[in-house]
Each structure stands twice: as C-alpha cells, then as structure tokens.
Design a binder for this molecule. Structure first.
Ligand SMILES: Nc1ncnc2c1ncn2[C@@H]1O[C@H](COP(=O)(O)OP(=O)(O)OP(=O)(O)O)[C@@H](O)[C@H]1O
Length: 282
C-alpha cells in the first residue's frame, strides 16, 4: 500500500514565558492509505500536538508533514478533525451542520439535489437519519459525536483525525460508537489517526498503535502491529489470547516502560486530581 501521510521528523517547540518548551522531538511516522492508527500515551505527552500539526493548526518547528508528497502548512478539508467536545454549531440542526461542510467542499461540483442526497447519506451512515432535523441541544452526547463524524466524513477527507472522539461518552455509548466506527471503516476504508487514552479501544480499532514516550521532547516509543483479523467482534475478542497479549503489551509500555511519575507541588492539589482523571487508561 502507498504512503499517504509522512510525518517526517517533526519537532515542536513552544515559546513560553519561562523559555522554550520542547513538546515533540523527531516524531517520525509513515501512514499507509486506509490504515487506522491510534496514538496513545500519558496525559500531556504530545498526542494533540502531533494531531494539530497534521491538521495544519500548528507549524512544526523542524521537519515536515507531507500528505500525498505535498507539504501541509494550513488546515484543509482533506484533513477533517473530530474533537472530543462536539463542535457543532448550536443554532443549526444536524442536517444543517453537515450541510455547511458539504457546501464548503462540493458547492462547485454537486447540484443542490446531489448535496442533499450526500448529506442524508452521511447522516444515515452514522445512524442519525431519524434525528437529522434536530438541533444539538435536542440530541444526546453520543448523537452529537455521530453528527461530528458525519460532518467529517461528508468532506471525503484523505485523512480523518479523531482527537479522543469518544472520551466524553459513557461506556455503553462509547462501545456503540466504536462498533459504528468499525462498520464505517469496513465500508469506506478511511485513513484514520485517532488519539485515545483507552487501551481496549486502541486494540479493537487499530491496525497499528503508536505509543508515545512521556514529554518533554516526547517521541514515538514503540509501534505495535495489531494483527487481529477483521471484522472484529468485541465479545469474541474478550477471550482471544492474541487480543489479550496485545492489550498487555500496551499496558506494559504505559505502566512499566513509561511509568508516569507525577511531581506535584503541595500547593497544586487540584491539578493533580485533574491530571489523574485524565490519564486514567483502562
Ligand atoms: N500552545 C502551547 N504552548 C506551550 N505549551 C504547550 C502548548 N500546547 C501544548 N503545550 C504543551 O505540550 C505538551 C503536549 O501537550 P498535548 O496537548 O499535545 O498533550 P496530550 O498528550 O494531547 O495531552 P492529553 O492527553 O492530556 O490531551 C504539554 O506539556 C503541553 O503543556
């Protein structure tokens, strides 16, 4: 398979009032068309920074991101992002939220009827056909994420960037969303980079799991090939020895090789709690 995305030795240095902070050092990764990649690592290691550089929201200090051999320097619809907190416009219906993206990309190449069919097709893909004329405040958190995914897919991106897309959902809704995403993947074979804190989610969904070292100067520590056949079934996998082996490889990386030692000043008890809850990896 051909390389679609080349993250080529990127460094990211942020200027701060206390001096330069090196968040990423020589992050190097080639992603093939149709691959599903998870980025996992402790809180604050730099996962979102990698995703933001690929999205074109940040410029790497050194190195480059190449999409189909072309350098990425700004955001574009060929790299659609879905964030953890649904970023739908609250005064528009689900349909209208997707319509905005579709008009942005296809208004010159599709007729009004074609756009309508395409919007409905994408909302159906995420099982939102029954609620497409509801506004975000009239639907659940899981449904909002479905609309966010439909909106991203409707742009037919070369790469789908998912920043903890199910992080704010309860466990049951999360499992439904993972199953939906696997169904969509079976059908569309998108190239996906997904940030997650959830080891089971990473093993269930990914072709490769990219495990990042702790920062500062975080980089790729290990890459795990998830050689489980597809389609994957969460119940069958629960007793699958290979699934459990892969799961424990990720856990070993996170909790033995990259054990995070929180150094918290006594005056910062609130931050400690927040960090702990954020880095809770199942
Ligand atoms: N604009 C910025 N200016 C200065 N430092 C930043 C900036 N953005 C991120 N950082 C720092 O870079 C490091 C990596 O942050 P990043 O958000 O990428 O981590 P993460 O792995 O996505 O964390 P989490 O899992 O908690 O979301 C952190 O130490 C963060 O404080």
């Amino acid at each position: 398979m051909t390389t679609i995305l080349d993250i080529s030795k990127i460094d990211m240095v942020f200027p701060t009032p206390k001096g330069d902070f090196t968040a990423l050092k020589e992050v190097d990764l080639k992603i093939k068309k149709g691959e599903f990649i998870s980025l996992i690592g402790h809180s604050g290691c730099g996962k979102s920074t990698v995703l933001n550089v690929v999205a074109g929201l940040h410029q790497a200090t050194n190195g480059a991101v190449l999409l189909n051999n072309k350098e990425v320097n700004e955001p574009g619809p060929e790299r659609a992002v879905v964030f953890q907190n649904h970023s739908l416009l609250p005064w528009l219906t689900a349909y209208q939220n997707v319509e905005l993206a579709v008009k942005q990309v296809f208004s010159k190449t599709m007729s009004a009827k074609e756009m309508q069919d395409w919007i409905e097709h994408n909302l159906t893909l995420v099982h939102m056909e029954h609620a497409m004329h509801k506004r975000p405040d009239e639907i659940s958190g899981g449904m909002k994420q479905r609309v966010g995914i439909a909106r991203a897919l409707s742009m037919q991106p070369e790469i789908l960037l998912l920043d903890e897309p199910f992080g704010a959902l309860d466990a049951l809704t999360r499992a439904h969303m993972q199953d939906s995403l696997m169904e969509i993947q079976d059908e569309l074979s998108n190239t996906v980079i997904m940030i997650t804190h959830d080891v089971d989610e990473a093993v269930l969904l990914s072709d490769r799991i990219v495990m990042m070292t702790n920062g500062p100067a975080a980089t790729i520590g290990e890459i795990l090939d998830v050689d489980l056949p597809r389609p994957r079934d969460r119940l069958a996998l629960a007793n699958d020895p290979r699934y459990n082996e892969l799961r424990s490889e990720v856990l070993t990386f996170l909790y033995e090789k990259q054990r995070k030692i929180e150094v918290i000043a006594p005056s910062e008890p609130v931050k400690k709690e927040a960090d702990e809850s954020k880095s809770a990896v199942a």
